[in-house]
Design a protein around this ligand. Structure first.
Ligand SMILES: [Zn+2]
Length: 414
């Protein structure tokens, strides 16, 4: 039973006061010792000052770490105060960004997992959570794992296993919650079918996803829920920023955790975030690169946190253009995932003679699969024609980390 003092149910005025109080207290330490922020910020007394602060971009952080290896200058404490090091995947072609956490900031991560993400999904201490991830240096699964530990649930690492071993392990130990990327959840279901295992009867009641927006894309969520007979939830977060959001029982978007962050939306729809509990390596007015539409309409779950309508549907970097129409991969995914026969896809983008040429490459084990109906559905939904090409299963890369949806092909002869 939730009480009226639940941070997600406080009024706007109380929330703004809470945010400003946390920010001012945190900045007192940061501005005393942190070289990165001392160069950029002065002291802050009210919201007017905050709104005048410069925005921070990932390229600035990368440049700082290149100039001051290995961790850059965004350090509030001596390095020996930090207890965890994680890094981004570098999947967008950048060098990986390294991020350090102190004992306190790691505790902040896992409190958010336990108190917001798992709570909204109804995960409890009686659950058994299977983490279908590699457990490399990426922060997501480590924080999710420790958050579940904090809840008192049973935590099972799926690292260093094949997909088949993960399916069998999950069933053998009676997992009730699966954590994975949306694409990898579908991959595991496909492997289960191939080896004659019925995951829909396995008792996995919930799935929680991150890395891709799939759990907020209706067709993808439907496919995962049908495969596992489960209810699927979305979670958003970034290595350098923290765990920012969760989908609730209404499942029509992602609540942004405003008691632990300040969120702003720029004129072009980019989400800007300031974290309020990671003072060892904080981010102030950080450009997330996510394009969002937000709403403050009351939610049936009771939370007053702002909601990203339909989840984060596009990264600024992922937008592509077909005959003048701007599109995001998630719009294509919402059509493609209605076709159970399609087991994988990428959007191939090439620029020829100043024209954007875009094709959808799909993988299917069904030899007789015809692309005609899919092309017609895409045209209907997107308003432009997108050519489809079929490749044999195993051609496209597979990963238990975030899928690369757009493949940029360099122009022929150059
Ligand atoms: Zn809600």
């Amino acid at each position: 039973m939730r009480s009226a003092t639940e941070p997600s149910e406080i009024s706007q005025e109380e929330l703004r006061a809470l945010q400003l109080g946390k920010l001012r207290a945190g900045l007192t330490h940061v501005l005393a010792t942190n070289a990165f922020w001392r160069e950029r910020l002065n002291s802050l007394s009210g919201w007017d000052d905050f709104e005048r602060l410069p925005l921070t971009s990932k390229s600035e952080l990368l440049a700082d770490q290149t100039a001051h290896p290995p961790f850059g200058t965004n350090l509030t404490f001596p390095v020996d105060r930090y207890v965890r090091l994680h890094q981004t995947s570098g999947s967008s072609g950048d060098q990986p960004l390294r991020w350090l956490d102190t004992e306190d900031s790691w505790d902040w991560w896992i409190r958010i997992w336990a108190g917001h993400v798992y709570r909204a999904a109804g995960v409890t201490s009686t659950d058994r959570l299977f983490f279908a991830f590699s457990f490399g240096p990426f922060i997501g699964f480590w924080s999710a794992f420790d958050g579940a530990h904090r809840l008192g649930a049973l935590c099972i690492s799926g690292g260093a296993m094949t997909s088949e071993q993960r399916v069998r392990n999950m069933l053998d130990i009676g997992a009730t919650v699966l954590l994975s990327t949306p694409t990898y959840a579908l991959r595991l279901a496909e492997v289960a079918r191939q080896i004659g295992v019925n995951v829909s009867a396995a008792g996995i009641g919930k799935t929680i996803h991150a890395g891709e927006p799939g759990a907020s894309i209706p067709a993808t969520r439907d496919a995962i829920e049908a495969a596992y007979s489960a209810v699927s939830f979305d979670h958003t977060g970034m290595t350098e920023l923290g765990p920012t959001g969760f989908s609730c029982s209404a499942r029509d978007g992602v609540h942004l955790i405003e008691s632990e962050f300040i969120f702003e939306v720029a004129a072009d729809g980019e989400l800007i975030a300031t974290n309020l509990g990671r003072w060892g390596m904080p981010l102030i007015r950080y450009r997330t690169g996510d394009r969002v539409v937000v709403s403050r309409e009351p939610c049936s779950c009771g939370s007053s946190f702002m909601k990203v309508v339909g989840g984060i549907r596009g990264r600024v970097d992922d937008m592509f253009t077909v005959r003048g129409v701007n599109l995001y991969p998630s719009q294509v995914e919402d059509i493609v995932r209605r076709y159970q026969e399609v087991t994988g896809f990428v959007i191939e983008h090439r620029r020829e003679r100043l024209m954007d040429e875009v094709a959808l490459v799909i993988e299917t084990p069904v030899a007789s699969f015809s692309t005609e109906r899919l092309e017609a559905d895409l045209r209907q939904a997107l308003g432009v024609r997108l050519d489809c090409r079929v490749v044999t299963p195993g051609t496209l890369p597979r990963s238990d980390l975030k899928s690369q949806r757009i493949v940029r092909v360099p122009p022929a002869g150059g």
